[in-house]
Design a protein around this ligand. Structure first.
Ligand SMILES: *[C@@H]1O[C@H](CO)[C@@H](O)[C@H](O)[C@H]1NC(C)=O
Ligand SMILES: *[C@@H]1O[C@H](CO)[C@@H](O)[C@H](O)[C@H]1NC(C)=O
Length: 432
C-alpha cells in the first residue's frame, strides 16, 4: 500500500513537470515563429496558462487526497495494533496434553516446550489416564516445566457387547470430560488448546493459536480453532502460502482450541464415546465453524491402540507439517470473520470457471486463477474426491474441510473448489 502511494505521488510529479515543460516549450516556439498578431498569441498563451493552472490545481487536489488517505490509514493501523496488543496481553492459554500409556508422549512434550515462547502464557497441563507407570515416569522428568494431573476414575466402563472392541473410545471420552472439567472449573482457565500425546507440532503452533484467538472470541459463528487440515497432504496444499487460513464446517480436532463458554454448553451432555463424531452433529455444532490452516500445524506420528492403523498408513502419515514461522499475531486476520469471508468466498467460487476432473488432471486449462468442479450428488462428490486424493467421507453430511458445501484445495499450481450449486440449501444428513 505504502509503496503504491509513494509511487503514485512520484509518478504524478513527473507527469506534472512534463506537462509544464511541454507547455512552456510549445509557447516559446509559437512566440518566436511566424508573423501573426501578437495579441492573438498573447491570448493563446493566457489560455495555455489557465489550462495549466487548472491542471496544477487538479494535481494538488490529488496530492491532498493521497495524503489524507495515508493519514487515515495510519490511524486505523495504530488503532488495530493497540487493540490487538491489548487482546494478546495477559491472555493465558494452557495446552492440555492427553496422555495414557504411550511413553512417546515425550516427543510431543519436547516440541511444545521447545516452541513455546513463554511458559507463563502457555502453561502445559498433562492429563494422564490409564495409570501407566512408565509413562508417568517419563512425564515426571519434565519437573516444573509442566503440570501433571491424573484421572482418578479408573473404574471399568460398561460397554455394550457389540462395542467391546471400541472400549478405548469410551475411555477417551471419559478422560476428555474429566480433563476439561479440571482445566475450566478447577484451574479456571478461559481457553484451552487440546493436544493428544501422538502429535508433532509446528514451530509457529503457539503463534497460530494466539493470532487466531481474537477471532474465536469475536466471531459467534466460530467455535474452534484447529491446527489440522484434513486434506493437508503434499500435492494438495500450496506450500508457498503457509499463512493461508480458512473456515470449515467440518470439526477437524487434532490440536484445537475452545473456550470455557463452549465447554459449559457441552459438558453436561458430553457423550460416553465417539465424542468427535458427536460434536459434529447439528445439535452440537449449531452451524458454527472452525478455523483451519492451509498447512497443518500438527501431524500425528503414529497411533497404536484405539485408532485405525490403516487410516494412518493410507492417509495421516502424508499430511505435511508446516515448517515456516508465520507471524500471525502481527497479521490482519479480519478476512476470516464470517461476513467478510462468506461474501468473498461465494463471489470467488461462483465466478470461477467450471472444469472437469480430466481437464484439471491433464493440466489443460488455458488460463490462470481458481477453477471449480461441480458436484450435485453424494456419489459424484465421492468419485471426484477419490480421483483427486481428497478425503471422501462425511460426518453429519459435512465433507472434510467443507464450508457451505465447498471443499477448497490446491492442485497443480491453482486453487480448486469442489463445490455444489450456488443455490445450495445446506448439508444432507443422509450423506455418509
Ligand atoms: C464435568 O462437569 C459437569 C458440570 O459440573 C458435570 O455435569 C459432568 O458430569 C462432569 N464430567 C466429568 C467427566 O466429570
Ligand atoms: C484488515 O482486513 C479487513 C478485511 O479484509 C479490511 O477491511 C481492513 O481494512 C484491514 N485493516 C487494515 C488495517 O489493513
Amino acid at each position: 500500500m505504502r509503496i503504491r502511494r509513494t509511487f503514485f505521488i512520484g509518478f504524478s510529479l513527473v507527469i506534472w513537470l512534463l506537462i509544464i515543460y511541454v507547455t512552456v516549450v510549445n509557447r516559446q516556439i509559437t512566440l518566436t515563429d511566424g508573423n501573426e498578431d501578437v495579441n492573438n498569441r498573447l491570448l493563446k498563451l493566457e489560455e495555455g496558462i489557465a489550462e495549466q493552472y487548472k491542471l496544477n490545481k487538479h494535481f494538488i487536489n490529488d496530492l491532498h487526497t493521497v495524503i489524507e488517505a495515508k493519514k487515515q490509514a495510519a490511524v486505523v493501523d495504530n488503532e488495530i495494533e493497540v487493540h490487538t496488543r491489548k487482546e494478546f496481553k495477559g491472555t493465558v492459554i494452557p495446552v492440555l496434553v492427553l496422555a495414557c500409556n504411550r511413553v512417546s508422549v515425550s516427543r510431543c512434550l519436547d516440541q511444545l516446550i521447545q516452541y513455546r515462547p513463554n511458559p507463563d502464557q502457555f502453561p502445559i497441563i498433562v492429563s494422564q489416564d490409564c495409570n501407566h507407570q512408565e509413562t508417568t515416569d517419563v512425564i515426571n522428568r519434565y519437573g516444573s516445566q509442566i503440570l501433571l494431573i491424573q484421572q482418578p476414575d479408573q473404574s471399568d466402563i460398561d460397554v455394550p457387547p457389540k462395542e467391546k472392541k471400541f472400549k478405548g473410545y469410551f475411555k477417551i471420552a471419559r478422560h476428555y470430560g474429566w480433563a476439561l472439567n479440571q482445566t475450566f472449573f478447577n484451574f479456571n482457565f478461559e481457553t484451552v488448546i487440546i493436544v493428544e500425546d501422538d502429535l508433532d507440532v509446528a514451530p509457529d503452533f503457539f503463534e497460530y493459536f494466539l493470532g487466531t484467538y481474537p477471532l474465536l472470541i469475536k466471531d459467534p459463528y466460530l467455535w474452534c480453532i484447529s491446527a489440522w487440515n484434513d486434506n493437508g497432504k503434499l500435492g494438495l496444499v500450496d506450500e508457498k502460502k503457509p499463512e493461508l487460513l480458512y473456515r470449515t464446517d467440518f470439526f477437524p480436532g487434532l490440536g484445537w482450541m475452545l473456550t470455557k463458554s463452549l465447554w459449559i454448553e457441552l459438558c453436561s451432555k458430553w457423550p460416553r464415546a465417539y465424542w468427535d463424531d458427536w460434536i459434529r452433529q447439528p445439535e452440537q455444532r449449531k452451524d458454527r465453524a472452525c478455523i483451519r490452516p492451509e498447512i497443518s500445524r500438527t501431524r500425528t506420528f503414529g497411533k497404536i491402540g484405539v485408532s485405525n492403523g490403516l487410516f494412518f498408513e493410507k492417509h495421516l502419515k502424508y499430511i505435511k507439517l508446516n515448517e515456516v514461522f508465520v507471524p500471525f499475531t502481527k497479521m490482519n486476520l479480519s478476512y476470516l470473520m464470517k461476513d467478510i469471508y462468506d461474501n468473498e468466498l461465494i463471489r470467488t467460487v461462483y465466478q470461477s470457471a467450471v472444469v472437469s476432473y480430466q481437464e484439471l488432471k491433464d493440466d489443460k486449462i488455458a488460463y490462470d486463477g481458481p477453477v471449480r468442479i461441480i458436484y450435485h450428488t453424494k456419489d459424484a462428490f465421492k468419485r471426484t474426491a477419490k480421483l483427486l486424493g481428497l478425503m471422501d467421507d462425511f460426518r453429519s453430511g459435512v465433507p472434510r474441510t467443507g464450508y457451505r458445501g465447498i471443499v477448497t484445495f490446491h492442485y497443480k499450481g491453482r486453487t480448486v473448489y469442489l463445490a455444489p450449486n450456488m443455490n445450495w440449501k445446506g448439508y444432507e444428513l443422509s450423506w455418509s
